[in-house]
Design a protein around this ligand. Structure first.
Ligand code: DC
Length: 218
C-alpha cells in the first residue's frame, strides 16, 4: 500500500513550496493538483470559452488530455502532450482555474487522475479537496493556512522578484475573492477535513512548517 499525505489550504498559504520540501525529505512524489486545474483552465481559455459557460466547459474538458511526468524530480504537466509548466503560473490562468474548477466534469476527470497517481506511489499531494474528497483515507492530513495579509505579502515579494509590478492591496483583494469562491462552491469546496491537523504559517518560517509536517508524518 502506498503512503499518502494530503495538504489542503487556500491560495498562497505556501502549500506547494512546503509540500515539495516534505516530499523530498521523505523520498515521496510531490503532486501539485492546482497545476492540473491550471492546465485545464489554459486549455479552456485557448478554446475561447467564457468561464461562465458551464455547458461548453463540460464539453471542451473532454478533449484535454492532462498528464503528469517528472523531470529531475520536478513535476511537469502535459496538456495534450505539450509541456505547459511555463504557461500556467499567471494570475489570468489562476483566476480562470478558480472559475473552471467548479465544473463537475472538470473535477471528475482530474480527481480520477489524482487517485490513480496516489494508489501507485507514495505521494505528498496538495490542493483544496485532497483530504476531504480525493484521498479521504490519506495517512496524514494537513490544513495549511495563513492570514490573507501575509499571503498577499508573500505573493507580492514573489512577483517583485520576477520583476513584475504589483499592488499589494489588489493582490489581497484577489486572494480574498478567490478564497470566497473556493470555499463556497457547491462541489468539493475548500474546507478543513475533520481529521486534518491545522497549521497556520502566518508567523512561521518555511523550515518551521516543514519540520512540523515531518514530525506529524513520523
Ligand atoms: O493551488 P493553485 O492556485 O495552483 O490552484 C488553482 C485553482 O485550482 C484554485 O483557485 C482552485 C483550483 N483547485 C481546486 O479546485 N482543487 C484542487 N485540488 C486544486 C486546485
Amino acid at each position: 500500500m502506498s503512503i499518502n499525505i494530503a495538504i489542503d489550504g487556500p491560495a498562497g498559504a505556501g502549500k506547494s513550496t512546503i509540500a515539495k520540501m516534505v516530499a523530498k525529505q521523505l523520498g515521496y512524489i510531490y503532486v501539485d493538483t492546482g497545476a492540473m486545474y491550471r492546465a485545464m483552465a489554459l486549455y479552456i481559455m485557448r478554446q475561447g470559452v467564457d468561464p461562465k459557460d458551464s455547458e461548453r466547459i463540460s464539453k471542451e474538458c473532454k478533449n484535454a488530455d492532462i498528464s503528469i511526468t517528472y523531470q529531475d524530480g520536478a513535476q511537469v504537466v502535459l496538456l495534450n502532450g505539450e509541456n505547459v509548466n511555463g504557461l500556467i503560473r499567471t494570475e489570468e490562468v489562476g483566476n480562470m482555474a478558480s472559475a473552471t474548477s467548479v465544473n463537475p466534469d472538470v473535477r471528475e476527470k482530474l480527481v480520477d487522475l489524482q487517485r490513480i497517481l496516489a494508489s501507485k506511489e507514495n505521494v505528498v499531494m496538495d490542493g483544496r479537496d485532497i483530504g476531504t474528497v480525493v484521498l479521504p483515507n490519506a495517512n496524514v492530513k494537513i490544513y495549511l493556512t495563513a492570514s490573507s495579509k501575509v499571503r498577499a505579502q508573500r505573493r507580492f515579494l514573489e512577483l517583485e522578484a520576477k520583476g513584475e509590478k504589483a499592488d499589494i492591496d489588489t493582490i489581497e483583494k484577489d486572494i480574498i475573492e478567490r478564497d470566497h469562491r473556493d470555499m463556497t462552491r457547491e462541489i468539493s469546496p475548500l474546507k478543513q477535513a475533520e481529521d486534518a491537523t491545522l497549521i497556520d504559517s502566518s508567523d512561521m518560517s518555511i523550515e518551521e512548517v516543514v519540520a512540523a509536517m515531518i514530525a506529524l508524518v513520523k
